[in-house]
Design a protein around this ligand. Structure first.
Ligand SMILES: NC(=O)c1ccc[n+]([C@@H]2O[C@H](COP(=O)([O-])OP(=O)(O)OC[C@H]3O[C@@H](n4cnc5c(N)ncnc54)[C@H](OP(=O)(O)O)[C@@H]3O)[C@@H](O)[C@H]2O)c1
Length: 291
């Protein structure tokens, strides 16, 4: 006996598999279940136990990790065995919206279990590394009880009791990730149209991204204070620049959907009277309307 808490992992996509490997590496006995059982083969060879049914997987351990595509998959998998959720702490590390995670927590509680929600901020290669991080939210007591075991996966960042908070923080990161990566694909397409490779522009692209944290910290305090004074960063100046970006892309013959959307937002800011304000005034345009 390893003395380490035994866990169940349901869902063996790339993420679930990495999680099982990390638990096994740290000496935790692991029971697994997956819709496609063959995905458990390598894990069973390393000592994981393949449950014969979802019910058996739930019965095996108090702590159950879920790593499925989304919350809809949770209902598909668990609904037929929902009675076995009683007394279980279900750590749902599947990504979804805050609303779906809140509804999931209610559903699990309705069957006598506790749900902790999670948002994993690293790819499978980051699992098993303490410097990686996962957002958690849900009832604090069960989280603290199981935190040492969850830390076999990544560092833990507990955001509060509201089950939607982990998903919210996760989605805040993802909105930045996807749009930032799209900006990079746009830059690569523009470079390509001009005979340059991704490798050719890598140093410049990297330097450009590396300046971003300075902008974020400069603007955070000003935005929270409602300050959008346009001393050095007037929206009108930005408007001229994003038009240049749009035309540079159009002249090169690359897709302009992204730069056109950016120019459209700047234009809306101008029309709303922010020409001489900081371009951070666009935040006011994006916010939920107050009525
Ligand atoms: N991969 C990443 O880089 C990454 C990073 C951060 C967060 N995440 C999140 O972690 C979660 C898992 O990631 P992943 O990459 O392993 O995702 P994935 O490949 O989508 O995981 C699929 C898992 O869900 C199961 N599944 C999906 N729909 C199902 C259904 N209707 N019924 C039964 N089982 C179903 C699959 O079973 P089968 O094997 O039978 O198909 C498989 O076990 C996702 O929510 C993802 O957003 C992933």
């Amino acid at each position: 006996m390893s003395g380490k808490q035994s866990v169940t992992v349901i869902g063996l996509g790339p993420m679930g598999q990495a999680m099982v490997q990390a638990f096994l590496d740290k000496g935790h006995p692991v029971t697994v279940w997956n819709r496609t059982p063959s995905r458990a083969d390598a894990l069973v060879a390393r000592g994981a136990v393949l449950a014969g049914s979802v019910e058996e997987a739930l019965a095996a351990n108090e702590l159950v990790i879920l790593s499925l595509t989304d919350y809809d998959a949770m209902y598909t998998v668990l609904e037929p065995a929902a009675h076995a959720l009683s007394g279980r702490v279900l750590v749902n590390l599947s990504s979804d919206t805050p609303e779906k995670t809140r509804a999931g927590a209610k559903w699990v509680a309705g069957h006598g279990g506790v749900q902790l929600s999670g948002g994993v901020t690293v790819p499978p290669s980051g699992i098993g590394k303490p410097e990686s991080s996962t957002f958690y939210s849900g009832p604090r007591g069960p989280f603290e009880t199981h935190r040492p075991t969850l830390e076999a996966l990544t560092g833990t960042d507990y955001r509060g009791e509201d089950p939607g908070l982990a998903a919210l923080f996760y989605q805040i990161g993802m909105v930045m990730f996807w749009t930032s990566m799209l900006s990079y694909w746009q830059a690569v397409a523009l470079a390509d149209a001009n005979g340059l490779t991704a490798a050719d522009i890598l140093p410049h692209a990297t330097e450009t991204m590396a300046t971003m944290p300075n902008f974020l910290s400069f603007y955070a305090a000003r935005i929270d204070a409602g300050e959008h004074g346009g001393d050095v960063d007037r929206l009108a100046m930005g408007m001229a620049s994003v038009e240049h970006v749009l035309h540079t892309n159009a002249d090169a013959g690359v897709d302009t959907a992204l730069p056109a959307a950016v120019a459209d937002l700047f234009r809306r800011g101008m029309e709303a009277g922010h020409a001489t304000d900081s371009f951070s005034s666009l935040v006011e345009l994006l916010k939920k309307p107050k009525n």
